[in-house]
Write a protein of this length. Structure first.
Length: 328
């Protein structure tokens, strides 16, 4: 334990990626790392995933990791968090079909019988904290701004609206980063409001909204250049749109429950088009898979057949351009 605390002191508290890496290098198990660094298991998983993505560690068994590369601060890349108001300067550094996770909304459940939670409005007034009464919520609630985020306090939950974007190569990594910062915000809220929202050390929460956009997407650029819009519905509602927010030409999955899974499928599809020359038969095979994802379409939107026909036509042009570039 003494050596572990010395390591923590010499490495520095701020660089947790390096600190977790050094603990793994010394054979310290994740459960012990959580104890020493006072991290939740979910927070530690974020750092492990980031290190794994950077090909610095790999899992060799339950709770057992090993080092696969040397940590270099200058070369180490991790999932990034950027303010949505700053996209103009960030546009050039983003790669084609990189994922921008955004529009996150979290619902944190309040433990039953939390002391003074029914008196929260009174407590806010005593602390001279600005808030507004939310009469539209069932049972009422209070709305306030905290650390730049909109926060709603209700009788049984806290709803947090994330304003920032999280950029990664995969949707699951962007989501992991967003959840990590959600936990940090919740712990700050606990100190701010003077209460603890965990049950046996665990927060009960759900991601109630999530959007994942493939930036600089070739298909989206074709639609944007023509000024066309695309919204695709399934039996569960809107799940795919083409959007030009911040001039990023985004192909975006938006279903509240499945957007991260949908994004992975769409990303795999576009990656398959870029990896090698593709035959017409393979194009139809890929679109058959997309058809399975888009079972039905809203009567008030573009019909499913029209959507697929237009997408297939556009992607065929993209493939031809890729082939011409390879042959040139």
């Amino acid at each position: 334990m003494k050596k572990q605390k010395e390591l923590q002191k010499t490495t520095g508290k701020k660089d947790l990626n390096l600190l977790v890496y050094e603990f793994i290098k010394r054979g310290v198990r994740p459960s012990k790392i959580c104890d020493v660094l006072n991290l939740k298991a979910t927070s530690l998983q974020y750092y492990l995933s980031t290190l794994k993505k950077a090909k610095l560690i790999k899992k060799v068994g339950y709770g057992v990791w090993e080092i696969t590369g040397e940590f270099d601060k200058k070369k180490f890349k991790k999932t990034t968090r950027v303010a949505t108001t700053n996209w103009g300067s960030k546009f050039e550094v983003l790669k084609q079909d990189q994922v921008r996770g955004h529009a996150f909304q979290f619902k944190l459940l309040i433990p039953e019988g939390l002391k003074n939670w029914d008196k929260r409005a009174e407590i806010l007034r005593k602390k001279e904290i600005d808030f507004e009464e939310l009469k539209h919520l069932f049972g009422g609630g209070q709305g306030l701004e905290f650390n730049g985020r909109k926060v709603h306090l209700t009788n049984n939950s806290i709803i947090i609206y994330e304003k920032e974007s999280y950029v990664a190569d995969l949707a699951k990594d962007a989501k992991s980063c967003a959840i990590h910062h959600f936990f940090k915000l919740v712990r700050a809220l606990e100190r701010f409001l003077g209460g603890y929202f965990s049950v046996k050390g665990q927060y009960r929460f759900r991601v109630t909204r999530q959007h994942y956009a493939l930036v600089k997407n070739a298909l989206a650029k074709q639609y944007d250049d023509k000024g066309d819009k695309l919204e695709v519905y399934s039996g569960n509602g809107l799940w795919f749109i083409i959007d030009n927010s911040y001039n990023l030409h985004e192909a975006e999955t938006v279903h509240p429950k499945d957007a991260d899974v949908d994004n992975e499928k769409v990303q795999d599809f576009f990656n398959s088009l870029k990896s090698r020359p593709i035959t017409t038969q393979e194009i139809h095979s890929n679109f058959k898979e997309l058809r399975e994802m888009m079972k039905t379409s809203s009567e008030n939107q573009i019909m499913l057949g029209q959507v697929l026909q237009q997408m297939e036509s556009n992607v065929s042009k993209i493939i031809k351009k890729i082939g011409d570039r390879h042959n040139g």
